[in-house]
Design a protein around this ligand. Structure first.
Ligand SMILES: Cc1cc2nc3c(=O)[nH]c(=O)nc-3n(C[C@H](O)[C@H](O)[C@H](O)COP(=O)(O)OP(=O)(O)OC[C@H]3O[C@@H](n4cnc5c(N)ncnc54)[C@H](O)[C@@H]3O)c2cc1C
Length: 388
């Protein structure tokens, strides 16, 4: 039987950059995925937003490192992954949201993040043509940005293969083999492989993989829809996040929605439905486009003549507190969680991959220990608060 140092379950937003990081550290790595090729789970459904401006230290530090990787990737490795540093802007239309955003900015500045609360006039410069009725102001974090999830993952994949990572597709993991509470290997629909470590990076299916070692992960998939327009001349770069909820008796209520114009001039957009839609359903609906286009055109009227090319639906692997579950567990030696990425798996990937490789090599810094404590499986999921 072939033996690996680590087997990663899932060739997605987390599994692929993790394999890259483990290979860079000389760790013999196998990645298994039930789908036919790389990034075919929910990575390809992500719209490409990348920000370090979270409220939780662990997510800030992981995404700061991810931004280093995304922003230097083309220079270091030659592949264009469409990285663009357009920033993020959360808008405030009510005093309640203004206070919430200002409080968050204060905290984020304490963590050293480059973010400010800016007034209505500055927002109008940032987003030309914005409907400023009732607009009070908003945040702006110029170092955040966006990149193509598919181009990024394919480039990480190629680089990791050059470094010796093996990938096996169309091969579902059906069991994790353990003895005396220690991981010995994994069993797939095609074979068995020996390994010292298993990383659960199974995205929306993480709970099922956790069950293989008798742990109950609180990871629940939720459906989210997105869409993309035809390309038009570039007129804004920032990721616009409208946090005000909307009541819509005809097409359905929604919470926030967000969109940006990518490097090709296409506008990419996504919305959080109210209530959440738990489950594995990835069939796009006929309600989503009228629901979000109404909100987007009302906010930015010059979008009204742009044609939408397509919409799609994917899953956020959600946890009760909106933060991932990362690291080893006490009960099973050799099992590592990298699950519950919610709506942030693409942006967390490179930073998290490097952290996971340090978990395996046991070269953890005090910052790493702090992150692993914050994101531990054994934490209290009803205590930590963060912007979703
Ligand atoms: C509409 C939408 C917009 C989004 N926008 C953003 C965004 O702007 N920025 C951002 O950071 N994130 C965004 N996300 C979230 C992001 O897509 C996810 O958080 C991320 O893809 C999760 O990464 P993952 O590696 O955990 O899962 P995935 O990328 O889904 O990878 C998991 C892989 O595991 C495989 N797998 C599962 N079980 C098994 C098994 N038993 N055996 C073998 N293989 C298995 C699956 O086939 C899959 O390929 C968005 C998501 C959606 C739906």
């Amino acid at each position: 039987m072939v033996e690996y140092d680590v087997i990663i379950i899932g060739a997605g937003s987390i599994g692929v950059p993790t394999a890259l990081a483990t290979a860079e550290n000389g760790i013999k790595t196998l990645v298994l995925d039930s789908l036919p090729s790389v990034a075919q789970g929910d990575n390809k459904h992500a719209i490409g937003g990348i920000r370090a401006t979270h409220s939780l230290k662990s997510k800030i530090w992981l995404c700061q490192r991810s931004i280093d990787v995304f922003s230097t990737w083309k220079d270091l490795h030659g592949d264009d992954i469409w990285w663009e540093q357009g920033g993020y802007s959360f808008l405030a239309f009510t005093e309640e949201h203004e206070k919430m955003l200002k409080d968050t900015v204060r905290q984020q500045k304490e963590y050293g993040l480059n973010i400010n609360y800016i007034d209505k006039e500055k927002i109008k410069e940032l987003i030309p043509g914005i409907n400023s009725e009732n607009l009070l102001g908003g945040t702006f974090s110029p170092e955040d940005g966006n990149a193509s999830p598919l181009l990024s993952l394919h480039s990480f994949y190629r680089k990791s293969k050059d470094l010796g990572v093996e990938y096996k597709f169309n091969e579902e993991v059906i069991d994790i083999i353990t003895k005396n509470k220690t991981v010995l290997g994994v069993k797939t629909t095609k074979a068995e492989y020996k390994t010292q470590y298993v990383i659960n990076a199974a995205g929306a299916y993480a709970k099922k993989v956790g069950n293989m070692v008798d742990i109950d992960l609180t990871v629940v998939p939720e459906s989210h829809e997105a869409g993309i327009t035809e390309p038009v001349k570039k007129f804004f770069s920032t990721m616009i996040v409208d946090v005000k909820p909307a009541i819509d008796a005809k097409f359905g209520n929604s919470k926030n929605y967000y969109f940006y114009q990518n490097i090709e001039g296409k506008v990419i957009f996504c919305l959080t439905p109210e209530p959440n839609i738990p489950g594995f359903d990835r069939r796009e609906t006929s309600l989503y486009l009228p629901q979000i286009s109404k909100r987007m055109v009302s906010l930015l009227p010059r979008l009204k003549n742009i044609k939408v090319r397509r919409t799609w639906r994917g899953l956020y692997p959600m946890t009760p507190d909106g933060s991932p579950i990362i690291g080893k567990i006490n009960d099973i030696e050799g099992y590592i969680n990298a699950v519950g990425m919610c709506g942030q798996g693409f942006m967390l990937g490179p930073g998290l991959g490097e952290l996971l490789s340090r978990v395996i090599t046991e070269k953890l810094s005090s910052k790493d220990h702090q992150m692993l404590r914050e994101l531990a499986y054994s934490r209290n999921y009803y205590k930590i608060e963060d912007l979703k």
